[in-house]
Design a protein around this ligand. Structure first.
Ligand code: T6T
Length: 322
């Protein structure tokens, strides 16, 4: 089985493309000022994104400020955006926490001619965001379905645990998972999706309840870092190691530990640092009136116990700080 999973250890998606043509600070003498608003402050995906953004900003001579809400919640992200807009940066990089709720504050930013670059998540209003930079999450969800099906031998009950409806990235992962299961895995009995509100404890509670309801549960796909960490903790606590197979999106430190402990069988690592760096590049291009790339898909890699210590895989693991 490890050989089969090792074969999965491959880059999933097309190589990122795009990027500003031109280095150096903004036109004229004024330093370009950019603010990154994360989806969730302190969480390793967004902290790794900030590290990539900071490094690129330093190379380009850009002044970068990083802010984020203490929970992945539009009611907390909106006042941060409003405050940032009042400060009048040249550009705003943001991971909107809801496809609808964040349209209004971002419209205010757009009306003040602040150049908006969407990193990771998006909003439903297609006119917002000069560039959208993220993993191809539809493909990532389909890859998770293939990896989980491989793990459970193509048969049995499978559950999805996600954060909340209305988060573009995880919604796409669910869609990709469901389409792949329906099209190519007739032996899987899909139990549907339950929502953790991006809370580790809630994800654990959901996992425990699912195990109580379906003692023959074969596998679970957790669509993001906190959902995966929480579900994995429940599997550990209930002694289901290896009995219930799990695939999780993201590759934070806690998730990698669970992978090495055999709690989780595969992680889909994104490239948040790459997303952050390319976000700064696109912001500089937009401020300078240069060509901006409207859509930039970034890579994802399936991480397994068999490949996690390889140098090329270690470099995609997330970190808590720069
Ligand atoms: O999976 C990432 C991110 O791509 C998603 O939009 C929200 O959850 C994470 O931040 C991980 O917690």
């Amino acid at each position: 089985m490890r050989k089969a999973m090792a074969a999965l250890g491959a880059t999933l998606l097309l190589t990122a493309c795009g990027g500003a043509d031109g280095g150096g600070a903004g036109g004229g003498g004024d330093q370009i000022r950019v603010t990154l608003v994360q989806g969730l402050a302190g969480e390793e995906f967004y902290e790794t994104m900030a590290c990539g953004a900071r490094a690129r900003a330093a190379e380009l001579g850009v002044a970068l400020d990083v802010q984020g809400p203490q929970k992945f919640d539009p009611t907390l992200q909106t006042p941060i955006v409003n405050s940032v807009v009042a400060g009048g940066p040249d550009a705003l990089l943001i991971a909107p926490t809801d496809v609808k709720a964040m349209i209004a504050p971002l419209t205010q930013a757009k009306q003040q001619n602040i150049k908006i670059i969407l990193v990771d998540t998006v909003v439903e209003d297609q006119s917002i965001g000069l560039s959208r930079i993220s993993t191809d999450n539809l493909k990532g969800g389909a890859a998770a379905a293939r990896a989980l099906s491989e793990q459970v031998g193509g048969k049995g009950k499978v559950l999805v645990i996600s954060t909340d409806p209305g988060v573009s990235t995880v919604d796409a992962r669910i869609k990709g998972f469901e389409e792949e299961v329906a099209a190519n895995h007739p032996g899987l009995s899909y139990l549907g999706v339950q929502y953790s509100h991006n809370d580790v404890g809630e994800a654990s509670r959901i996992m425990n309840a699912a195990l109580a309801k379906d003692a023959d549960l074969a596998g679970v796909f957790a669509t993001n870092l906190n959902s995966a960490t929480g579900a994995g903790t429940a599997l550990q606590q209930t002694g289901k190691l290896g009995k219930v197979k799990m695939v999780g999106f993201d590759a934070g430190p806690a998730q990698v530990e669970q992978l090495k402990d055999g709690v989780v069988q595969a992680l889909i690592a994104q490239l948040p640092g790459d997303i952050g760096a390319k976000g700064v590049e696109q912001a500089v291009a937009a401020v300078r009136g240069q060509q901006v790339t409207p859509s930039i898909p970034t890579d994802a890699t399936i991480v397994t116990a068999a490949n996690v210590d390889r140098p090329e895989v270690r470099k995609v693991l997330y970190k808590a700080g720069c």
